[in-house]
Write a protein that binds this ligand. Structure first.
Ligand code: FAD
Length: 437
């Protein structure tokens, strides 16, 4: 059922209230616990706050148009993501964090009733967590056709062999299920988009080895719990296959639907908070006889930051609007654009903020280091900038191949010899007096 404007405003107010009461006051504890306990343990404050958020109904807000979620469309959810994005710890508290949201969406869309009962229900309840294993150390995984992990059928089972890395959440003891992408078709000449499958692998299956945590810019626990995972003769029943053998790309497309822009929505909120901190700090520090905020370079950066945030918010909302109205496929250029624009915008603003904070900007007191590492990682984690830019450019080229330049005024070719002669004859260009008539 659609959420009305009044209901949305009420949700926003409740979320802001929760952030003020429970999230901001507990952030220091979150980072301290995260750093002390490291990547293999649960951060206690997270579990404490999850209970409160769930009891208050601020839970699973991400599932659009689904009775199991809050029933918000993408535009509505974007406004809530912006609020949650102000804190790196917040999304998980509301059961709205990656990679669980993407995995839950996959299970909602493609899971069988049994798969949903076993894995989706506990994920929605926040009782377990999950991970998504696509990227491999040994091949360029921005091109998913390269993925090499083998999924071979043997009777009633599939046998998996391969090495994955950058598996977010793999070290978390609450993580119980992996969605693994691998190659299942080894026929020579098979179409590149039908060779991959996605399959459910319980983390406790013999042969699954979470080898090590991977630090992100030197941080182990926050903002990402990346890990390396090996699959050595891992056997799972054939009923664990998602959607069907060879349909891994189709699922990847579906997975990259709404979840694709959640990070962008949150980065807007993060950038707003960083800009606020930057302004306060610039006002409070005096150097060479005047506040840092009165140095023109600071004014210029603050102004640029405001412009960039507003631009990104509008592009995010446009992408969300198109996803809601014409669908994810039609919105793909907008989705790709915001996935480039938002992390780059956030990186730039955090970088300016670090400069305003001086040396202190590089330690963890001011929340800048974690934001920088998150924003920078997101220029890769949802696919590298370059890949999105290629897609944007190809769509742009295609668009113009289908229009008539005489109607749009967008001609790209030079004048023909005949046209040049006509314009010359008409006297449109200056020419020397002795030019032959
Ligand atoms: C913090 C973090 C969390 C992550 N979480 C997960 C996760 O949970 N699960 C998962 O499976 N993966 C995850 N990833 C991995 C991420 O999806 C990959 O790093 C990303 O897809 C790029 O793949 P790659 O690292 O193999 O880079 P490669 O494919 O080797 O690419 C390297 C570089 O080559 C260039 N390049 C590639 N293609 C093109 C092109 N077409 N045009 C121009 N240049 C190009 C780009 O500069 C790119 O950065 C995570 C990554 C990070 C940093």
């Amino acid at each position: 059922m659609a959420v009305t404007e009044t209901q949305l405003a009420e949700l926003q107010a409740r979320l802001k209230d929760f952030m003020a009461k429970h999230i901001y006051p507990n952030e220091q504890r979150y980072y301290t616990e995260g750093e002390k306990l490291g990547p293999w343990r649960v951060i206690p404050v997270v579990e404490e706050l999850k209970k409160i958020a769930k009891a208050e109904g601020l839970w699973n807000l991400f599932l659009p148009d689904d009775p199991r979620g809050a029933g918000l469309n993408n535009q509505q959810y974007a406004t809530l993501c912006e609020i949650m994005g102000r804190s790196v710890m917040a999304p998980e508290i509301f059961n709205c964090s990656a990679p669980d949201t993407g995995n839950m969406e996959v299970l909602v869309r493609y899971g069988t009733p049994e798969q949903q009962k076993r894995w989706l229900e506990p994920l929605l309840a926040g009782e377990i967590r999950s991970a998504f294993c696509m990227t491999e150390a040994d091949v360029a995984s921005s091109d998913a056709t390269n993925v090499q992990l083998e999924i071979r059928r043997d009777g009633d089972e599939y046998v998996l062999n391969g090495r994955k890395w950058y598996t977010t959440g793999g070290t978390d003891p609450r993580c119980k299920i992996f969605i693994v992408m691998g190659r299942s078709n080894f026929e020579p000449g098979a179409s590149a988009h039908s060779i991959q499958s996605q399959i459910l692998v319980p983390k406790n299956t013999p042969g699954v080895k979470v080898i090590r945590p991977l630090p992100v810019f030197g941080f182990y626990g926050v903002p990402d719990r990346a890990s390396e995972v090996w699959f050595d003769n891992v056997r799972v029943p054939v009923s664990n296959m998602l959607l069907g053998e060879g349909r891994g790309f189709e699922i990847a497309q579906g997975r990259l639907g709404p979840g694709r822009i959640h990070h962008c929505m949150r980065l807007i909120g993060m950038s707003e908070r960083i800009l606020e901190r930057m302004c306060r700090r610039a006002d409070a520090r005096v150097a060479f006889g005047k506040p840092v905020s009165e140095q023109t370079v600071t004014l210029e950066r603050i102004a640029e930051a405001r412009i960039m945030i507003e631009q990104c918010r509008l592009l995010t909302m446009k992408a969300a609007y198109m996803m809601d109205t014409v669908g994810n496929k039609e919105a793909k250029q907008e989705i790709a654009m915001i996935k480039v624009a938002a992390p780059n915008m956030a990186c730039k603003i955090v970088d300016w903020a670090i400069q305003v904070f001086g040396g202190g900007g590089t330690n963890n007191d001011h929340y800048l280091t974690v934001c920088y590492s998150l924003a920078r990682a997101l220029r890769l984690a949802d696919g590298p900038d370059e890949v999105h830019r290629n897609q944007i450019a190809r769509l742009e080229l295609k668009r113009h191949r289908n229009t008539d330049p005489d109607v749009t005024g967008g001609r790209g070719l030079g004048f023909t010899r005949q046209e040049a002669q006509e314009f010359a004859d008409a006297g449109l260009w200056p020419r020397p007096a002795d030019w032959a008539e």
